[in-house]
Design a binder for this molecule. Structure first.
Ligand code: AMP
Ligand code: MG
Length: 424
């Protein structure tokens, strides 16, 4: 594989490479070139594997269903016994229950009562549902209009022995856990969790439990980050608040890069604070880009410190979340072994608010997507869009994505929305 830092150096000679104002798509593409997923695996019991990423294909050890069986409560018959133009009466030779097959064959001119899931006895090739039959005195009368093979689930119809049931790189949701159990598989191989260390930077920050003095604020970024990382299934290493002191920051970066696959910081990348962090990072590792042409989240650094990936998120609480959803989420999923990384769904709906925007940067406004009584969806903005207003994230259920070249939007226009639910 090409050395990404080498290709970065080549790229940095290109005309449109600007680490101080990287377009959103370009930044995503650049980050993706550096991401080498974890390879270490562990074996887990199926229940413990919920939320983890499959490290191997799951091959079906059996046919599913294992036998031809009935999809309905009814009667197992030989289709050739049914008259095409008149009712047919057949004696009932016995019953096939789910889990208790009929021991025998369905002889010509006979039928067997069969329950949903019951094994279709040899001889029978068709199931007549009980609503289409009248049983009386050990016999059943069946009308016309049946089709050979109806209401019958074939062995191996869902999955045949040896078929790939689940692919490597999938995250295991309840459906996958159930499917694995249905195959009788108790243990499986998953990738180890990604280790992510994070800290907040800022002299003004206090943690909850401490009363802020004048000018101090509570650190909220470590809480949103903790939540988002937990939801993504990462092993989380919370390193607390680090003061704006080059010595302390250097020690924190070095320690974090030594113990984690990914280091995430918030704050300290905006103008005024940026310079010593930037110098520090260039000294400890390599910064790929520094600023993105987006709002909120303009100062966003990405680079490497040794083998660890580094994301320097802005300090503003909304910017932290927006940049996490837009860049860090995908990167962490890819590093965790997800293949493919599922994109967040986006679609277009009418916007009922006027949106203020200047061309030149991609904007991620916070929106509330709702459905009216007639079933039509529309979106409105959460109100003030300041990047310090965390309430706007708490109220939102989607981002309204306004492309770079877009100007202000008048109410009624179609806008692109990206659903946040399930994103992390
Ligand atoms: P900075 O990028 O460090 O200049 O921070 C930008 C703004 O975000 C400032 O108003 C900071 O006080 C605020 N901020 C930075 N870190 C945090 C944090 N961990 N929790 C809440 N607000 C923060
Ligand atoms: Mg700061």
């Amino acid at each position: 594989m090409n050395d990404p830092l080498q290709s970065l150096r080549q790229l940095s000679c290109a005309d449109d490479y600007d680490p101080n104002s990287m377009a959103v798509d370009k930044a995503r593409d650049l980050i993706s070139r550096f991401l080498a997923p974890v390879t270490t695996t562990e074996r887990l019991h199926v229940r413990a594997a919920l939320g983890r990423v499959l490290a191997e294909d799951v091959i079906s050890p059996l046919d599913v269903p294992a036998h031809d069986n009935s999809a309905m409560d009814g009667y197992a018959v030989r289709f050739s016994d049914l008259k095409a133009d008149a009712a047919t009466t057949l004696p009932i030779a016995g019953t096939a229950y789910a889990g208790a097959p009929f021991n025998g064959i369905v002889k010509p001119g006979e039928c067997v009562r069969i329950m949903t899931g019951g094994v279709v006895p040899p001889g029978a090739d068709t199931i007549v549902m009980q609503e289409h039959a009248q049983a009386k005195d050990g016999q059943v009368t069946i009308g016309t209009g049946h089709r050979k093979g109806q209401n019958l689930r074939r062995a191996g119809e869902d999955l045949a022995v040896g078929q790939v049931a689940l692919k490597r790189g999938m995250a295991l949701r309840p459906a996958e856990i159930g499917l694995i159990a249905s195959l009788g598989i108790a243990e499986l191989s998953v990738y180890r969790r990604l280790r992510v260390a994070f800290f907040s930077t800022g002299d003004e920050l206090v943690s909850i439990g401490t009363t802020p003095k004048a000018g101090q604020i509570y650190d909220s970024n470590r809480y949103t980050l903790y939540g988002m990382l937990q939801r993504l299934g990462c092993e989380v290493i919370d390193m607390g608040v680090v003061r704006d002191d080059p010595k302390l920051l250097e020690a924190a970066f070095s320690e974090a890069a030594g113990i984690a696959d990914v280091v995430i910081t918030s704050g300290g990348v905006s103008v005024g604070e940026a310079d010593f962090v930037k110098d520090l990072l260039n000294q400890l590792g390599e910064v790929v880009f520094w600023k993105i042409a987006m709002k909120p989240g303009r100062p966003l650094a990405y680079g490497k410190i040794g083998n660890a990936h580094f994301f320097g998120l802005p300090g503003n609480p909304v910017s932290v979340m927006v940049t996490f959803y837009q860049f860090v989420r995908d990167a962490l999923l890819k590093l965790s072994g997800r293949d493919p990384v599922p994109p967040l769904p986006t679609f277009k709906v009418p916007c009922t608010s006027n949106l203020k925007k200047a061309p030149g940067r991609t904007e991620f406004q916070r929106g509330i997507l709702t459905q009216d009584g007639a079933g039509n969806w529309s979106v409105r903005v959460t109100g003030e869009q300041g990047s310090g207003i965390l309430r706007s994230m708490a109220e939102a259920n989607c981002f309204i994505i306004l492309p770079s070249e877009q100007g202000s939007v008048a109410a009624g226009a179609l806008v692109e929305v990206q659903v946040m639910e399930g994103a992390v």
